[in-house]
Design a protein around this ligand. Structure first.
Ligand SMILES: [Mg+2]
Ligand SMILES: [Zn+2]
Length: 195
């Protein structure tokens, strides 16, 4: 049974770049996290980043930060928070290459706030990597809808996606946390290349 090809093996083998949601995906979402003391990295993030580096997949972040437009914090604070995430993995020689942030209010009508696809479009153009070669990880429906509209593979994280019948939109794959993904990917690729 374990030797059966993973249903997503073909999609996995097409992946050339990774886009991560930030709050609730990399770090615990403590509601508008922006102070350095708000940064609690979720277990498995460093392992995920090590796998991405080994697999030669660049990692970027796409994050809605309406707290900026709401006046809760400024863009410099958001940059400092992003830098602190990278500082946590820098000793391992790992790095998130780009942080795309939407600073706007939900009703601003911008083209970047997820589920809109503007941030993915920016990254796609920057890397010259097609929509269906991206995989997006996130803990909210808006992440999954954004991936789906764009044409990327979507991975839903956490409890919200565990009861598929109840979700308004279903990711292509559901896992507990980022750290679960490398083993699933490796097994799927290994099984598919054995055929
Ligand atoms: Mg999130
Ligand atoms: Zn925006």
């Amino acid at each position: 049974m374990d030797d059966a090809p993973h249903p997503l093996a073909d999609r996995f083998s097409r992946i050339r770049a990774i886009a991560l949601d930030r709050d609730g995906t990399i770090n615990v979402d403590v509601k508008y996290p922006h102070r350095l003391e708000d940064l609690q990295i979720i277990d498995g993030f460093a392992e995920f980043m090590a796998w991405a580096a080994e697999t030669k997949l660049p990692v970027s972040v796409i994050t809605n930060q309406s707290g900026i437009a709401r006046g809760y914090y400024d863009v410099e604070a958001a940059h400092r928070f992003n830098a602190a995430i990278n500082a946590s993995i820098a000793p391992l020689g790992l790095r998130i290459e780009h942080f795309e942030m939407c600073p706007h209010l939900p009703d601003a009508g911008c083209t970047c706030r997820k589920p809109a696809t503007g941030m993915l479009e920016n990254l796609s153009a920057r890397y010259g990597i097609a929509p269906n070669e991206w995989v997006v990880f996130g803990d909210q429906y808006s992440d999954i809808e954004c991936a789906s509209r764009f044409g990327a593979l979507s991975v839903g994280l956490g409890a919200k996606f565990a009861a598929p019948g109840l979700a308004p939109i279903s990711p292509d794959l559901v896992i507990g946390a980022l750290g679960d993904f490398p083993a699933i990917y490796r097994q799927a690729i290994a099984n598919s290349s054995r055929i």
